[in-house]
Write a protein that binds this ligand. Structure first.
Ligand SMILES: [Zn+2]
Length: 134
């Protein structure tokens, strides 16, 4: 072989340490509600993060889960919340059902979300949806 091997960047998934590709550099600029993203790892914010496919999906789920949980906590404590809007509440409900399905079917990589936490948050959002639409 005449051609030299292209140097591969020595990157690993920042969540589970997998060094097999493809790895995705996640740019988590906006949160679930379209606001400037409150980063999950502020101390390591300066360095780019790389995630393998299953972990990048989990990371996105984790971000949305936290956004929705923060907002429902605010709603329940009487603060202004993005979930006061019925359409946002509906979006959050659908997204949580999706998150539940995806975390339930995950078999490899690092589990960043506990399915029990997802189920409990989904229940809270569901209760809120019922209260808003009936
Ligand atoms: Zn990974």
């Amino acid at each position: 072989m005449a051609d030299s091997t292209a140097p591969m960047p020595a990157v690993r998934c920042d969540a589970c340490g997998a060094d097999r590709g493809p790895l995705m550099k996640l740019s988590l600029g906006k949160d679930f509600f379209g606001r400037t993203y409150d980063r999950l790892s502020p101390s390591s914010d300066a360095s780019p993060k790389w995630y393998c496919e299953p972990c990048s999906m989990q990371k996105n789920l984790q971000r949305d889960f936290r956004d929705i949980k923060t907002e429902i906590d605010k709603l329940h404590s009487g603060q202004a919340s993005a979930l006061t809007a019925a359409d946002q509440l509906q979006r959050a409900h659908l997204r949580l059902r999706e998150i539940q399905a995806l975390t339930g079917s995950q078999v490899s990589g690092t589990r960043l979300l506990d399915p029990a936490d997802v189920a409990s948050l989904l229940q809270r959002v569901q209760a809120q949806t019922g209260a808003a639409t009936t």
